[in-house]
Design a protein around this ligand. Structure first.
Ligand SMILES: *Cc1c(COP(=O)(O)O)cnc(C)c1O
Length: 368
């Protein structure tokens, strides 16, 4: 049996009849930048996320970068975040000239430890970027408390978590802004790169929209230097179709996760993901911990199972950030996660047989 990590062809087969006419409409209109679908998608994502405004951008990475630039974060500033995330979270901070400051993760959820944030705050701290890793939101209440106390912006990196809920509140609606990614492998994936920034602050939303377009307002008059961070019309058209299916897909991901959990329940060596009871996760990834992780990964690959490590090296140990002065041992939970985590296939179109096969092969490896 073959079980890919993700099967976008299987997804496409279910929505082809909706996608093709939407793309044809864009071709008929030839309105490739800022077409009507862009605004329509922004309105739909703002509503979906319980936010007042959404601003379509060129990627999740650019959602973060546009936000940091719009908030005026630059050289001399510090931004607190987690070292256990996709590179772009920290790369975007770096690109503004600001200094990333790391706080370790909770082993159970792989999200930032809220209690560690306050100790990392200095006079230079301007913002916190909690990352909602794997589809589960970070502990936003205590994070917002620290932010209010020290007057900091909170940028939710929700690139893996559109649709997630924390204590009844949608990802992106709690912090100053939320950043989404539509990279094709994300739970709401585009037809290429794309992203979105959402916020409940209408004025900030307007400023974000200006920064996304070279800081130009009105056209050819520039009060600020932004960039070309626009979302293509063709992406918006595809995403509008997919957004209609998102809640159904998320429910299927949760059902798949529940099935894995059942199958691993009798297997001590597998640590299944922890979901806090006040969270609704969308399982962008289903990440277990196993002993001898790298060998397990090889074994599963040999058995035709796609799996991946998010992420094999904590960002405080990356060569490009060595001048931050961090060393091995500084963030033990993050380093341990880098050694133990393994993402299994969880996409909505997985069959029950495929899930059983994956779980059986993991167990077979562990029994060796
Ligand atoms: C995917 C991702 C990003 C970047 O999104 P792109 O659309 O690939 O630029 C940022 N942060 C996290 C946590 C991500 O998973």
């Amino acid at each position: 049996m073959k079980v890919p990590l993700l099967d976008l062809k299987a997804q496409f087969a279910t929505i082809k009849d909706e996608i093709m006419p939407a793309l044809e409409a864009v071709m008929a209109g030839q309105y490739f930048i800022n077409g009507p679908e862009c605004e329509e998608l922004e309105k739909a994502i703002a509503a979906y996320s319980d936010c007042a405004v959404a601003v379509g951008v060129s990627s999740g990475s650019d959602a973060l970068l546009t936000t940091l630039m719009t908030l005026g974060i630059a050289r001399g500033d510090e931004v607190i975040t987690t070292p256990y995330t996709f590179f772009a979270t920290v790369g975007s901070i770096w690109r503004t000239g600001a200094k990333p400051v790391f706080v370790d993760i909770e082993p159970e959820t792989c999200n930032i430890v809220p209690a560690g944030i306050e100790a990392a705050v200095t006079e230079k701290t301007k913002a916190i970027i909690p990352v909602h890793l794997y589809g589960q939101m970070a502990e936003m209440d205590p994070i917002m408390d620290v932010a209010r106390k020290h007057n900091l912006y909170v940028i939710e990196d929700a690139a893996q978590s559109i649709g997630s809920i924390y204590k009844g509140r949608k990802a992106g609606s709690i912090g100053t802004v939320g950043c989404f990614s539509f990279f094709p492998s994300k739970n709401l994936g585009g037809l290429g790169d794309g992203g979105m920034v959402v916020t409940t602050d209408v004025e900030l939303g307007e400023k974000l929209a200006i920064f996304r377009n070279h800081g130009s307002e009105p056209k050819y008059y520039h009060k600020w230097v932004g960039g070309n961070f626009r979302l293509d019309t063709i992406q918006a058209a595809g995403l509008l179709v997919k957004l209609r299916h998102l809640d159904d897909w998320s429910a299927r991901r949760r059902a798949n996760a529940a099935r894995y959990n059942e199958l691993f329940a009798d297997c001590q060596a597998v640590t299944a993901p922890t979901v806090r009871d006040y969270n609704v996760t969308i399982f962008n990834q289903y990440v277990i911990r196993v002993p001898r992780r790298d060998r397990c990964r090889e074994f599963l690959k040999e058995k035709g199972i796609g799996c991946e490590v998010y992420y094999p090296r904590s960002l405080h140990e990356q060569e490009c950030f060595r001048e931050l002065g961090y060393k091995r041992g500084d963030f033990p939970a993050s380093e341990k996660a880098a050694d133990e985590t393994l993402a299994l296939p969880i996409y909505p179109e997985l069959t029950g047989e495929q899930i059983e096969y994956v779980a059986a092969k993991v167990k077979e490896f562990l029994a060796e």
